[in-house]
Design a protein around this ligand. Structure first.
Ligand code: AMP
Length: 217
């Protein structure tokens, strides 16, 4: 199973990915998570990405495409779900070239749809685990112990790029540069849009029912 998951920052892509990973045993390839790991390791890529990320801009395509091609080449036989990539039409075209070169196809492209106002509210309350990347919300999805990750007990943080000013910029970036990717994939055979402001259980059910359609499962 190979899935591309599209949607604005804060649309709930991470949560949906978790459902897909649990159901299909595929790898979760999140470009944002990989970049944050590179930064934590202070790698050259991490240093190059830093300023773009902190200001809500996209990291240059060539860096991202090389990084994600590497991740895809190492993905498990079960497949993968791409989260946060591709984010420009150029990235989508390069992804197609990479997939063609490896003789693999995407089974479904799923786009989560949500209003910007809901995203701004969600992101203001979002907290993340700096160790394992788990994501919480202070009221909608609180951890069992306030401020601590359920998985590893680490102190939860608000990501620097989750502050409201940067979130607004990330939404501008999304509308300008990533929305055209939706158009790119609309002509793709299995393209689906899901309303993502209907509660996590309904979103999960909607996504899994789409993926159940038996194509290259
Ligand atoms: P995310 O966690 O997916 O929202 O990503 C956090 C930040 O990483 C974004 O705001 C961008 O600066 C950068 N980033 C993640 N994925 C990409 C991508 N596909 N292309 C360019 N920049 C990206």
């Amino acid at each position: 199973m190979r899935v591309v998951l599209l949607g604005a920052p804060g649309a709930g892509k991470g949560t949906v990915c978790k459902s897909i990973v649990d159901e299909y045993g595929v790898d979760h390839l999140s470009s944002g998570d990989i970049l944050r790991k590179e930064r934590a390791e202070n790698s050259e890529l991490g240093q190059q990405a830093q300023n773009y990320m902190d200001s809500g801009q996209l990291v240059p395509d060539d860096l991202i495409v090389a990084m994600m091609a590497g991740a895809i080449s190492k993905a498990s036989e079960a497949g993968f779900v791409l989260d946060g990539f591709p984010r420009t039409v150029n990235q989508a075209e390069k992804l197609d070239e990479t997939l063609n070169a490896n003789g693999i196809e995407i089974d479904a492209v799923v786009c989560l749809v949500i209003e910007d106002e809901v995203i701004l509210e969600r992101m203001a309350g979002r907290r993340s685990c700096p160790q394992c990347g788990a994501v919480y919300h202070v009221t909608n999805l609180p951890p069992k112990v306030e401020g601590k990750c359920d998985n590893d007990g680490a102190e939860l943080i608000q990501r620097p790029d989750d502050n409201p000013e940067v979130v607004k910029q990330r939404l501008v970036t999304y509308h300008e540069q990533t929305k055209p990717v939706v158009g790119y994939y609309k002509s793709h055979g299995r393209f689906y849009e899901i309303e993502s402001d209907q509660g996590p259980d309904n979103v999960r059910a909607a996504v899994l029912s789409i993926l159940e359609e038996p194509v290259n499962k």
